[in-house]
Design a protein around this ligand. Structure first.
Ligand code: ZN
Length: 387
C-alpha cells in the first residue's frame, strides 16, 4: 500500500468513529471497558443445525454482526469465528425422530440457516468451523486437560473436573444444577466424581458418529467442542465471546474453564456479550412450547432492514416480548432515519456512532442520528446495515 493510500485508509477509519486513528480504541461491553490495539477476535456460539432459524437465534447473530461492524469501524481489524455444532445430542435426537441421517439433517438445516442470515444481511464470518472437522482439536484438548490434572478418564469418558465452575459463574449449586440438567449435562450421573463434571470425550452409542482415540471410539462433548474450536481458530483467548443469554451457564462457563485449564491463559474471554431472550407472551421461544416465530415467515411481510432495526433498537442484554403489531413502528422509524439521511447539511457522524461504543447503545445512536441528520444518519444506516 502506498503512503498516500495508507494515510487515506487511516483517515477514513478515524472519520468513521471520530477518534484519533493512532490511539488505542475503547469500547464498553457488558460493564467491561475493552482497550483494543490493532485487532480483535470474536467468538460467536453458532447454531446446532437441526431446526429452522427463529427470531431468538436471529437476534444473537444480528447483534454479533453489529458488534463486528462497530469494532471494524474503530479501525481495529476484527476477525469473527462463528461455529456450527454439527456433532451434538440434540441434533442426533432430532435426526432419529425424523428418520434422517444426522449429517444430512445438519447440512440441509445449515443451508436453511445461511439463507436466513443472508436475508437478514448478516455478514459471513471469516471462520465458520464445524465440530466434525475439529475432533482432533478436542482430542488434543482432552489430553492437555488430563496432563494438567483438570480431567480424568473413566471407562472411555474423559471428564472435566467442573466442581468450581458454578461458583465461578456466581450461581448457587441448586440453580446451577437445574441449568445443567436442562442442558443435558446430567448432574445425577453417578459415573463421575462430581455432579458438575462434564464430558470432554465420551463413547458413542450405536448409530452415533464416532472417531478413534486413545480412550476408544467416541465423540466430543458439547462444551469441549466450542473450547477446542475457539482455541484452534482464535488462539488461547478471545476479546469477545458472544451468544444467547441461555448459554451463559453451563455452556460458556465450561468453554472458558476448559480453555483456561488447558492453555493457562486467563481470562479466556476479555468481554462477553449475551443477548437477551426473545419471548412470546412472556414465554421463551422454543420448539417444545410451539411458539417459534420464524425469520423466513416474517420476511414475507417485513423488509429485512425493518426487522433488523426491530431486533436492534433495544438494550441487547434485556429479554423482550415479540409483538408482531409493533413491527410497523420499526418500519416507520426506519423511514424516519431515511428521511433524516436525506436532509442536507453535514451532520457529525461521531454524534450518532459514539453511543455504539457504549455497550452498543443503538436506541441512543438512532435518536442522535434522527436529530443530527445528514451524514450522521447515513453512517448509522451503513453501520447497522439498514440500507
Ligand atoms: Zn458454543
Amino acid at each position: 500500500m502506498s503512503q498516500r493510500h495508507m494515510t487515506s485508509a487511516v483517515l477514513d477509519a478515524a472519520q468513521r468513529v471520530g477518534a484519533p486513528p493512532a490511539a488505542p480504541q475503547h469500547l464498553v461491553l457488558g460493564g467491561s471497558e475493552l482497550t483494543l490495539v490493532g485487532s480483535a477476535r470474536v467468538y460467536v456460539c453458532g447454531i446446532t443445525p437441526y431446526d429452522v432459524t427463529h427470531l431468538g437465534h436471529a437476534a444473537t447473530f444480528v447483534w454479533a454482526d453489529v458488534l463486528a461492524t462497530v469494532l471494524d469501524g474503530t479501525g481495529v481489524e476484527t476477525r469473527t469465528c462463528r461455529n456450527v455444532t454439527d456433532v451434538d445430542d440434540v441434533l442426533l435426537e432430532a435426526a432419529r425422530r425424523r428418520g434422517a441421517h444426522f449429517d444430512e439433517l445438519a447440512l440441509t438445516q445449515e443451508a436453511v440457516f445461511d439463507h436466513s442470515m443472508r436475508a437478514l444481511r448478516v455478514a459471513t464470518p471469516a471462520h465458520q468451523p464445524r465440530a466434525r472437522y475439529y475432533v482432533d482439536a478436542v482430542v488434543q484438548l482432552a489430553q492437555a486437560l488430563l496432563d494438567a490434572g483438570a480431567a480424568y478418564e473413566r471407562d472411555g469418558t474423559v471428564w472435566f473436573r467442573g466442581a468450581d465452575v458454578a461458583a465461578r459463574s456466581g450461581l448457587d449449586r441448586d440453580d446451577a444444577r437445574a441449568r445443567s440438567l436442562a442442558y443435558g449435562d446430567r448432574p445425577d450421573d453417578r459415573a463421575k466424581d462430581d455432579p458438575f463434571d462434564v464430558p470432554v470425550w465420551r463413547p458413542s452409542s450405536d448409530g452415533e458418529p464416532a472417531w478413534p482415540s486413545v480412550w476408544g471410539w467416541g465423540r466430543p462433548g458439547w462444551h469441549a467442542e466450542c473450547a477446542a474450536m475457539a482455541v484452534a481458530v482464535q488462539g488461547a483467548s478471545v476479546d469477545v465471546l458472544v451468544g444467547g443469554e441461555d448459554l451463559l451457564f453451563p455452556h460458556h462457563a465450561y468453554q472458558a474453564a476448559m480453555a483456561e485449564a488447558a492453555t493457562g491463559v486467563r481470562p479466556f474471554a476479555r468481554a462477553q456479550l449475551h443477548v437477551g431472550e426473545v419471548r412470546v407472551a412472556g414465554h421463551k421461544m422454543a420448539k417444545s412450547t410451539g411458539n417459534l416465530v420464524l425469520v423466513d415467515d416474517l420476511l414475507r411481510d417485513v423488509a429485512p432492514a425493518a426487522l433488523r432495526l426491530h431486533l436492534l433498537n433495544r438494550p441487547y442484554a434485556e429479554a423482550w416480548d415479540f409483538e408482531p403489531e409493533r413491527l410497523d413502528e420499526s418500519q416507520q422509524l426506519l423511514e424516519a432515519l431515511y428521511a433524516a439521511a436525506a436532509r442536507p447539511g453535514p451532520g457529525d457522524p461521531a454524534v450518532a456512532l459514539g453511543p455504539l461504543r457504549s455497550d452498543l447503545d443503538v436506541p441512543a445512536a438512532v435518536a442522535a442520528a434522527l436529530d443530527e441528520g445528514g451524514e450522521a444518519a447515513r453512517r448509522l444506516i451503513g453501520v447497522l446495515r439498514l440500507g
